[in-house]
Design a protein around this ligand. Structure first.
Ligand SMILES: [Zn+2]
Length: 237
């Protein structure tokens, strides 16, 4: 290989490496977004919370209903005694009347409590349904997006492997020392070790080459560097 061919090979290698970088970066971004969807996690937590609230609300409503039934039963019993005429002793009768009044007041209070419980359970039920719907929609959306992402990730992996194989094959024809130098330059020069000469200037830094510099890039037996940015110059005939 003459110098121009070597510079051309390095330039091609650089194109490969830039493509590899792009593919790897996109792949990493996808892996990251597949690992955790915070919106979905938040919706799941909210859905769980409202379900728990609903369950304890339903239990409290049941307790209130039982308590009311108990009062109703006791009240019915005492009323029956009061109106049956079996109690005739005035003292006993007065005590019974007081008991009936007490139970009626208790019944009113318990009816109010039960009604409140029912209303609260109803609104919790509505909220639970809303949250369940939101969660279901979000899960559907996620799995749709997920399928597309998984497909894209696999495509990128195939592409990355192709590029890697191509790179390995390609580097066989390049001198090992030169390859080391190229890799080191890529690390220190924003991934670009080689710069094309276009319209008599370095494509990377735009510095204009002198006539003798241009001449050397074309015919020298050694690789030429840009006097400004230090990159290997590649003259494409
Ligand atoms: Zn330059």
């Amino acid at each position: 290989m003459n110098t121009t061919q070597i510079a051309a090979a390095l330039f091609q290698l650089q194109q490969l490496d830039l493509e590899l970088e792009r593919v790897t970066a996109e792949q990493q971004a996808i892996v990251h977004s597949l690992s955790g969807d915070s919106t979905l996690q938040k919706l799941r937590a909210e859905h769980n919370t409202v379900q728990q609230q609903l369950r304890s609300g339903q239990q409290a409503q049941k307790d209130a209903e039982w308590a009311l039934e108990d009062i109703n039963r006791r009240l019915a019993m005492q009323e029956q005694r009061l109106y049956s005429g079996t109690v005739t002793n005035p003292k006993e009768l007065s005590a019974l009347q007081q008991e009936v009044q007490r139970l009626r007041a208790q019944q009113n209070r318990q009816e109010e409590i039960t009604l409140e419980m029912m209303e609260s359970t109803e609104s919790l039920q509505e909220m639970a349904q809303r949250k369940a719907k939101l969660l279901q929609q979000a899960e559907e959306d996620w799995s749709k997006g997920n399928t597309a992402l998984v497909t894209r990730r696999d495509q990128l992996e195939t592409r990355r492997q192709e590029l890697q194989t191509k790179r390995t094959q390609f580097t066989v024809s390049i001198d090992a020392e030169l390859l080391k130098r190229y890799d080191a330059m890529r690390r220190s020069k924003q991934g670009r070790a080689v710069s094309k000469v276009e319209q008599n200037s370095c494509q990377w830094c735009r510095v204009i080459l002198t006539a003798s510099e241009l001449q050397r890039v074309r015919i020298s037996t050694e690789l030429q560097m840009c006097s400004n940015c230090g990159r290997i110059l590649y003259y494409d005939r």
